[in-house]
Write a protein that binds this ligand. Structure first.
Ligand code: SF4
Length: 245
């Protein structure tokens, strides 16, 4: 396992011409691959970007990591260790690394939780979750993605209204990367079927009332009839951590 805290290699071109070319490539691929299978989408990403492509995983399950490892064995799987994860999530990360043909890269924030508490006061997640996510998720991810041209996520259109228009391949203007969501069109039933067919690792919390798993202080079990992400930042207007905005 690799843990990254310092700035990473900045090998990727980020000049305006390259950005325009990458954006056009992403938009064309989004149209061309709308009806392609998740594996075909990831095979396109592997063929197009090679080592400059990674998967990000929250370790809710390892479905996209598993698919990506079929398309590109040894693919980089980037995990954000916010310091606030459930032990089950860290265990899932360790199990993925142990059994799958992937290279797990763990990104950490610039400050430990204790250092953040000393600067901003304890339980920043309760008082200013946007700042907490910015410090513990958004900044480390942006730093960690620097060396890649494309990243894949497990976003699905059926997860919430804010994700309903997720393209299978699109342009991430904020990070100037190609953003690939190979299972955007999948339903929960599709995920369950893939997990069952391939014996894919899943976070044990999924079987314990948490259909969406985030940081422990900001995740609760969902109630009957609630949408899958209702347990995230429950009681506040916040619905996303800023990684996908
Ligand atoms: Fe902080 Fe909660 Fe965001 Fe995790 S999900 S980084 S604990 S505000």
């Amino acid at each position: 396992m690799t843990t990254v805290q310092a700035d990473t290699d900045t090998g990727a071109d980020t000049d305006t011409d390259t950005d325009a070319q990458l954006r056009a490539l992403a938009e064309q691929a989004g149209r061309d691959l709308e009806d392609a299978s998740a594996l075909e989408i990831l095979q396109w990403a592997a063929d197009t970007f090679g080592k400059q492509f990674c998967v990000t995983s929250s370790m809710e399950d390892a479905v996209v990591s598993h698919l990506a490892s079929r398309a590109y064995p040894g693919v980089d799987v980037v995990f954000l260790d916010t310091g606030y994860h459930f032990p089950e999530t860290i265990g899932t990360r360790d199990a993925v690394e142990a059994v799958m043909d992937v290279n797990v890269i763990t990104l950490t924030p610039r400050q430990t939780v204790a250092e953040q508490d000393a600067e901003h006061g304890p339980k920043l997640h309760d008082r200013n979750p946007d700042l907490c996510c910015a410090l513990r998720k958004v900044e480390p991810l942006e730093r960690g993605l620097t060396k890649y041209r494309a990243w894949a996520t497990g976003l699905r259109r059926d997860e919430s209204p804010t994700r309903a228009n997720t393209p299978v391949v699109g342009w991430d203007e904020k990070r100037r990367k190609v953003k690939i969501s190979p299972i955007a069109r999948w339903t929960q039933d599709d995920v369950d079927a893939y997990v069952s067919e391939h014996g894919v690792l899943t976070n044990p919390l999924l079987m314990d009332g948490y259909p969406s798993v985030g940081c422990a202080p900001c995740t609760r079990r969902v109630l009957e009839g609630e949408d899958a992400r209702a347990g995230r930042w429950s009681g506040s207007a916040k619905t996303e951590c800023g990684l996908h905005g």
